[in-house]
Design a binder for this molecule. Structure first.
Ligand code: AKG
Length: 422
């Protein structure tokens, strides 16, 4: 509860990463491809997120989400293909007319038919995709690499002729043949694609594989590199970070990570990772204190709860419970927090109603309740709280009433006499 929040000074020394690391010439050389301090976000809640099992966004909701994403500061907003349905096409046009700061993209298959529909919607750019793994070539579209390369070049040239930004991506990149992949990327780079995209479509890639592929690709193409990472094996955020370290420039996200199956890199999760890498870049570029409202908006729209362990906004993301943690946190929050909750408009909470509670947390609570006790008295009342918490789970109200009752008894007996030896 709000009344139980223990607010502390936000004095966390900011961990800093800089590509040109000051005073360490060796690190500066090693990090020259890293984009952890200059990445862009392609926000795909309104495309990948629409593929989430529970998602149905009507026009009004899409507009609300697009405005909230724009206010948050994402660089791009990616929308469902206008070729998917008539309403998708109309919604795409409606969002383009909002005049948002973020660039609007739509996501299409690598076909001239899709491209012709998409270029008429008013979008700033098109994200073109086609499967390149043998599984997708055999069981999805049935085309070989020669056909894929030819149609990619045709579609890219067409989109460029309309003056729009174009990205070309290979679906299922990590299960595609590396030589095929690099030849394809080299061919589209040569015709002037703005970005190439790498997609871990089934969430199979490890951070090391991501680093290796992106780093290799960085040496092959001169355009920007985008990455799209599914979370089937829980690596989506770590993989995004590795991709940036290897030279990727753009990361695909969705709010709460919603998407096909269990989704992709979450916007909030990426923020938690990146603020630790470069606090200044992240806090200047993104309106972090709007993250909770943005997540609540999307969670409600797709009828899910924010997971308890969600980075930043999960209900216990800044809750400290064990006595030794609470004591250190009360002295200096950096001891057990790598992220300052205040950067996201959140507050930390030091739990004082469990069998693990230490007297420092109770002392702070006593102060919050406007009561006055000696340290010995606080230690005594802490023992009472712990004794009850050993028998059953106790609520904050239970702990508060133990504190108040104990304080009243002090007044009745003359509180100076009470000591922890009694
Ligand atoms: C996927 O491969 O999972 C996609 O959703 C497409 C990714 C892309 O267009 O880069």
């Amino acid at each position: 509860t709000a009344s139980a929040d223990i607010k502390l000074p936000s004095a966390i020394p900011a961990p800093r990463h800089s590509p040109a690391t000051k005073g360490n010439p060796y690190q500066a050389v090693g990090d020259f491809v890293s984009n952890v301090s200059r990445f862009k976000i392609i926000e795909s809640t309104l495309r990948e997120g629409e593929q989430f099992a529970n998602a149905f966004f009507d026009t009004e909701m899409k507009i609300k989400i697009a405005k909230a994403l724009d206010d948050f500061g994402v660089d791009y907003i990616e929308l469902t293909s206008p070729a998917a349905s008539e309403q998708s096409r109309k919604d795409c046009e409606a969002i383009c007319k909002l005049g948002l700061k973020a660039k609007i993209l739509t996501h299409i298959r690598c076909t001239m038919d899709d491209a012709r529909i998409a270029v008429e919607t008013g979008v700033d750019g098109l994200d073109v995709v086609i499967g390149t793994s043998h599984l997708l070539r055999e069981y999805s579209h049935g085309k070989d690499m020669e056909y894929i390369t030819k149609s990619a070049i045709e579609v890219i040239n067409f989109i460029k002729s309309k003056g729009l930004e174009v990205r070309f991506s290979s679906e299922d990149s990590f299960r595609s043949d590396l030589v095929d992949l690099l030849s394809l990327y080299r061919a589209v780079d040569k015709v002037g694609v703005n970005r190439v995209g790498v997609a871990d479509t089934v969430g199979c890639a490890t951070p090391r594989q991501v680093y290796d592929l992106v780093r290799t690709l960085r040496g092959v193409v001169s355009c920007d590199i985008e990455i799209h990472l599914h979370d089937d094996t829980g690596c989506a955020i770590a993989n995004a970070y590795c991709a940036l370290e290897a030279g990727a420039t753009h990361i695909d996200t969705s709010v709460l990570g919603i998407g096909e199956r269990n989704g992709i890199t979450s916007l909030g999760g990426l923020m938690s990772r990146m603020i630790v890498a470069d606090r200044e870049y992240v806090t200047k570029k993104y309106k972090l204190h709007t993250l909770k409202d943005l997540e609540d908006l999307v969670a409600e729209a797709v009828q899910v709860n924010t997971p308890f362990n969600n980075p930043i906004t999960g209900f216990c993301a800044f809750t400290h419970k064990a006595g030794i943690h609470a004591k250190a946190i009360l002295n200096n929050p950096s001891t057990y927090e790598i992220i300052d909750p205040a950067d996201f408009g959140m507050t930390r909470y030091v739990h004082f109603a469990s069998r693990l509670t230490g007297w420092n947390a109770v002392k702070t609570r006593v102060g919050q309740l406007g009561l006055s006790m000696t340290d010995d008295q606080v230690k005594l009342v802490t023992q009472k709280i712990k004794a009850l918490a050993d028998v059953r789970p106790i609520a904050i109200d239970d702990a508060d009433s133990i504190i108040r009752t104990f304080h009243l008894s002090l007044a009745a007996t003359g509180n100076e006499q009470v000591s922890s030896e009694e």
